[in-house]
Design a protein around this ligand. Structure first.
Ligand SMILES: O=C(O)[C@H](O)[C@@H](O)[C@H](O)[C@H](O)COP(=O)(O)O
Length: 260
């Protein structure tokens, strides 16, 4: 596991714009190298802020949207058209504005979907979809994601893996149902740490004063059960993208000066 890299930007707007530009380049490079690319989106303000910045980016359509696979790291287990769903918010921020191949957009099931109001069945269905997309060169039962993005919660949760809850302790399954989540809604579906770690690169997004303590805890050697963000790392790269406010409790030696 390589040590996490940190990049600190002046404020959350610049962090979202810079992260969007970084994502465009990563997708374009992956498509040039392998003919397609695969990303995992995250919900929340930072995740949706990145998508909105990407939608507005001048270089946006350097991406061949028809050759991009879009997955989710977690989802709020609500009816499929609920405005609180991560996929609903991602569609509004970006996905409905670009010519994706609908068969390559892999939303997690809703509570009124084919699996009904059964989060475990919905999680198993998504795990099966991931396994079906995995190839012989992939690691385990998930495809090799080029970039897996994770917003970081103030309690250090990532995806819907919350401190001390069962999901963060899962070592076998790739997708789990989550109950009693401290961040509403209480019922969710989430990739597990083993699935997250199958990604080539994991990017953690943390902007705002309310993330400063979480970033300091997760980057100070805390254990993954108490600080799930500490257990989120990629096979070849783990990148923390922060703004100065979220980095304000980190040792100065841990990161280069924030962008001017
Ligand atoms: O379903 C969700 O809410 C997200 O997937 C969650 O993991 C989010 O990324 C973090 O809670 C950070 O959210 P903010 O960026 O809004 O602080």
């Amino acid at each position: 596991m390589s040590a996490p890299q940190l990049v600190v930007h002046r404020d959350k707007e610049l962090m979202a714009q810079a992260a969007a530009a970084r994502l465009i380049t990563k997708i374009v490079d992956s498509q040039a190298a392998r003919g397609s690319a695969s990303v995992v989106l995250t919900g929340g303000r930072n995740g949706n802020g990145l998508l909105a910045a990407l939608a507005a980016a001048p270089a946006r359509d350097a991406i061949d949207w028809s050759r991009l696979d879009v997955w989710w790291g977690d989802e709020r287990f609500l009816p499929e058209d609920d405005p609180e769903r991560n996929v609903t918010q991602a569609r509004a921020a970006l996905l409905d504005s670009v010519p994706l191949d609908p068969s390559r957009v892999h939303a997690m099931p809703g509570s009124d979907g084919p699996n009904g109001n059964d989060a475990e069945a919905a999680a198993a269905a998504y795990a099966a979809e991931l396994a079906a997309a995995a190839g012989p060169e992939d690691h385990g039962d998930v495809p090799t994601f080029d970039v897996l993005m994770l917003g970081v919660g103030p309690d250090t949760h990532v995806a819907s893996l919350f401190p001390e809850l069962p999901g963060v302790r899962e070592t076998e399954r790739t997708v789990v149902g989550v109950h009693g989540a401290p961040k509403p809604p209480p019922t969710r579906i989430s990739l597990t740490l083993p699935a997250i770690r199958a990604a080539r690169e994991v990017w953690l997004l943390a902007a705002g004063e309310d993330k400063a303590n979480a970033a300091a805890i997760a980057l100070s050697g805390a254990g993954e059960i108490q600080a799930p963000a500490a257990g989120a790392y990629g096979r070849s790269r783990t990148l923390w993208l922060l703004d100065a406010a979220a980095a304000s409790q980190l040792p100065r030696s841990l990161y280069p000066p924030a962008s001017p």
